[in-house]
Design a protein around this ligand. Structure first.
Ligand code: FES
Ligand code: FES
Length: 863
């Protein structure tokens, strides 16, 4: 114990929500005192202590401040107001406004935004201007909404605009998100808001080298640090060392004698009485390394005999390839040919809620209950059971609605470590990652190097396409091979090309792991394909809209890997037609204009047998339970489930209770690829039909199922049906010629059927915001010498702030998917697929420079 450790702790007196309180003086900041000691959890912790997300905003002496930046001695004697302490009628006004305007998705950022808005409205009342509020929201991040509806809600409160909270009706009726009011007020808890008696806290010790042999681990100093109960290393794992969604190659911890493979590898878990003690002690674990040079260049890794990743035997994770027609002959006959190398960057999800897990053992029963915000509770359950060496039925993973994911919570993060600590100590343990740990550990969007050769005839009709792609998948497999498979499958975009030859390689390196992220490889491919189309259009002398119209995929045509498209693809041309007037008008007005057209599959496809179930149960108290197994992460799956039940059963929405059920195996695989909406709706519909057929008897479980088991794996048949369903979108970016500022985005999205149009619109606005960031400024680079990420704060990620988000006009196109429930196609995945191409085209229209690397705003672009 150091001198510092023995410094006596003095209490700090302050007023919180009108009540005089005294809190321990050793909290690192006000947020910690509020959440951990006073149990006031409306203020969320998205990035403490860096003060960069705004989720922890409270009002101190009338001023909105981020509480993770307030040292306790600074707030001594002051008046602190949290959302819990706001007057009931005012709380209700905010709750109503955010619910009615669709101003939230996952909800994690909203309580902080509400406090900032309250401070501004207190000051300016109805004179609060929208652009001023957008400026004040610069202290906040929202990764879901695109801010449009957030500002609508704040405006409604400021001007006391009467609003009605409409419960959602059946399919196609706009209504409020399930639990929208509780989420707005921060009353609906996330995992880190949970506390159970006897709960301890865990923290992780991460590697100092992306590639090094682990020679020794000394836990002595950590074990004797204040408050520490135990320190565990890989030697304590009773079962499997490695986990993984497809390959079991990701070590829970690196043992002595093992080798680290990326910057997010874990060496030890420290358990203590408080989070701070656990984190302080985790820093004292002493590891002896024999460092090795990391392999960080994917092309060099491909050429090298050295294996980058411990426990693997090759740097080639996967090769996805297919060919149709005589590509070389077609290209040689083309009137116009474009050959270009496109590169895209690694990108971070930046969901606002860092990963958190709570594991609670039942010693008498010999079971373990794990609360998780992951995207696939059954995969999590299976891996945790394997790590603990337990039968699967002794582990339950309960899903707690999370604060955003976008694919970044598919792999296990800290679930196995937390479960291990709780199991071995026979006591509840919670582990919440710091923002830096979160950034280091979870998988990112792939950087991909894509060499495209595309040719068309004199009229601009595509004749041939050759693609060679290399994706940096980082250390562990995650779902990297599937991302590159999807990139290959979507290489040609939503166009018919008679001859095509595609190869995409996923490479293992010692860079951050890459895996699932909204769009899943389609974004990268279509940035390149759209770039080729625009270059060809210029050569032919036709507009970007016209070349897309001439080549867009239509029913009966052969697409990409050979799939013969059904009537679902009518949506592609309909999206194009929907933006035609906006495109023409913006050009006529003299603006620089870019257009992107994209497609993205929903579901997994590629021969995977997909199944999901749902249960409807009429309780004798009048409540109708709808049980499903999908992860709610802001995308609205609970609202979809409710609306399907209302539609099918003709009941009042107030009777429906949606339950994410972890006691029955109702799901299969991850909540990813828009499959929750598509398949979840199908299963709930089937369960309702079963209930109706049987007279809706009370206390009977009516099971409904939905299957997609008719897709083919790439390359197995001549015309494989790779995917059952695709969503389509056309986006127009209108740019000011003088300033380069984006004036407006027009986004036409074919969602098949909009289950809830307002929520659907909100998802599209959010994805355009994410897409503009991807196009212009977002990046998560790694140091080529060390393999360590160089941007380890939210601010450094390049995410667009509210004041930089242009107006977004959403056009919902509903071209139903044959054979899908209600014609649903899903909206989340396709979201930002066309955005980067459209931005690049607008920039080229403005200055004549064809760009081929993301992000587009390089050092020379100061606009
Ligand atoms: S948690 Fe305080 S600003 Fe992010
Ligand atoms: S609603 Fe803002 S981060 Fe999810």
């Amino acid at each position: 114990m150091t001198d510092l450790d023995s410094t006596p702790v003095t209490d700090v007196a302050l007023t919180v929500n009108g009540r005089a309180v005294s809190v321990r003086g050793d909290h690192p900041h006000l947020l910690s005192a509020l959440r951990d000691e006073l149990d006031l959890t409306a203020a969320k912790d998205g990035c403490s202590p860096s003060g960069q997300c705004g989720c922890c905003t409270v009002i101190v002496d009338g001023k909105a401040v981020v509480s993770c930046q307030q040292a306790l001695d600074k707030v001594a004697g002051k008046h602190v107001l949290t959302l819990e302490g706001v007057a009931a009628d005012e709380r209700q006004r905010f709750a109503t406004a955010f619910a009615a305007c669709g101003g939230l998705q996952c909800g994690f950022c909203i309580p902080g935004i509400v406090m900032r808005a309250k401070a501004q409205i207190d000051k300016k009342g109805p004179d609060l201007r929208r652009d001023d509020m957008a400026r004040h929201l610069g202290a906040h991040l929202c990764r879901c909404t695109g801010y449009v509806k957030v500002l609508d809600a704040i405006e409604a409160v400021a001007t006391a605009r009467p609003l009605e909270v409409r419960r959602p009706g059946g399919i196609g009726a706009s209504g409020v998100r399930y639990q929208a009011e509780e989420l707005t007020l921060g009353d609906r808890g996330y995992v880190d808001d949970m506390k159970v008696p006897g709960m301890l806290h865990a923290a992780l010790h991460l590697t100092a080298h992306a590639r090094a042999d682990v020679v020794g681990i000394d836990t002595g100093e950590a074990a004797s640090a204040p408050g520490v109960v135990a320190v565990f290393t890989a030697a304590d794992i009773p079962g499997a060392l490695r986990t993984g969604l497809i390959y079991k190659d990701w070590p829970v911890m690196i043992p002595i004698g093992g080798r680290t493979s990326f910057a997010g590898d874990v060496l030890a878990v420290v358990v203590a009485d408080t989070r701070e003690h656990a984190r302080e002690a985790a820093a004292r674990v002493a590891v002896t390394y024999a460092p090795l040079t990391p392999l960080t260049d994917p092309h060099a890794a491909l050429a090298s005999d050295e294996v980058a990743v411990w426990g693997t035997d090759s740097n080639v994770l996967s090769v996805s390839k297919y060919a149709r027609g005589e590509v070389e002959a077609e290209l040689s006959r083309c009137a116009h040919v474009v050959h270009e190398v496109f590169t895209t960057q690694r990108v971070e999800h930046a969901f606002l809620e860092p990963e958190s897990t709570l594991a609670v053992p039942d010693v008498d029963r010999g079971t373990l209950h794990v609360y998780s915000g992951g995207q696939g509770i059954w995969d999590d359950r299976n891996d945790i059971a394997a790590v603990l060496g337990l039968e699967r039925d002794r582990v339950t993973v309960e899903l707690v609605t999370n604060g955003g994911a976008f694919g970044g919570k598919e792999d296990l993060s800290n679930q196995a470590h937390t479960a291990l600590a709780a199991w071995l100590l026979e006591t509840p343990v919670k582990c919440t990652l710091s923002r830096v740990e979160s950034l280091l550990m979870h998988a990112k969007r792939h950087p991909i190097h894509m060499e495209y050769t595309a040719g068309c005839d004199a009229d601009g009709r595509l004749r041939g396409l050759r693609v060679r792609a290399v994706g940096d998948s980082g250390a562990y497999a995650s779902v990297g091979m599937k991302v590159l498979e999807r990139m290959a499958g979507h290489a040609s975009g939503p166009y018919h090309v008679p001859a095509i030859d595609v190869s995409a390689v996923a490479v293992r390196t010692n860079n951050p792991v890459c895996g699932a992220f909204r769009g899943f490889g389609a974004n990268q491919a279509q940035f390149a394909m759209e770039g080729c189309l625009d270059r060809l259009a210029a050569q032919v002398g036709i507009s970007g809209w016209e070349i897309r119209k001439r080549n867009v995929i239509r029913p009966g045509m052969v697409w990409g890997p050979g799939q013969i498209m059904d009537d679902g693809c009518l949506g592609a041309e309909q999206c194009l037609d929907a933006v035609e007037s906006a495109y023409v008008d913006a050009r006529a007005a003299g603006h620089a204009v870019g257009l992107g057209l994209g497609l993205k599959n929903s579901g997994l496809g590629n021969g995977f047998k997909e199944w999901t179930g749902a249960v409807v149960r009429f309780r004798s108290d009048g409540v109708v339970e709808v049980r499903h197994g999908w992860t709610e992460m802001g995308q609205g799956i609970n609202t979809v489930a409710l609306q399907v039940a209302v539609e099918e059963l003709g009941i009042d929405p107030g009777r429906v209770e949606v339950i994410i059920d972890t006691t029955r195996e109702l799901g299969l695989g991850q909540t990813t690829g828009s499959r929750g909406t598509l398949m979840g709706a199908g299963a709930v519909k089937a369960a309702c039909e079963a209930a109706r057929t049987d007279g809706c008897r009370p206390d009977v479980d009516y099971l409904g199922e939905y299957r997609v088991d008719w897709t083919d794996k790439l390359g197995t048949v001549a015309n494989p049906t790779i995917h059952s369903t695709f969503g389509y979108a056309a986006q127009v970016v209108v740019m000011d010629r003088d300033t380069g500022r984006i004036r407006r985005v027009i986004a036409a999205h074919d969602v098949g059927r909009a289950v809830n149009p307002v929520l659907c619109e909100g998802q599209i606005e959010g994805s355009v915001h994410m897409g503009l960031g991807y196009a212009l400024s977002e990046e998560f680079p790694a140091d080529p010498d060390t393999g360590f990420p160089t941007n380890l704060t939210l601010r450094s990620l390049g995410i667009l702030r509210p004041k930089d988000v242009p107006p977004i006009d959403v056009i919902l196109v509903e071209s139903p998917q044959p054979n899908a429930p209600y014609g649903i196609k899903g909206v989340g995945e396709i979201g930002l697929v066309p955005t980067a191409g459209a931005v690049a085209a607008a920039m080229a229209d403005r200055d004549g420079v064809w760009r081929c690397a993301l992000p587009l705003q390089g050092a020379d672009d100061d606009e």
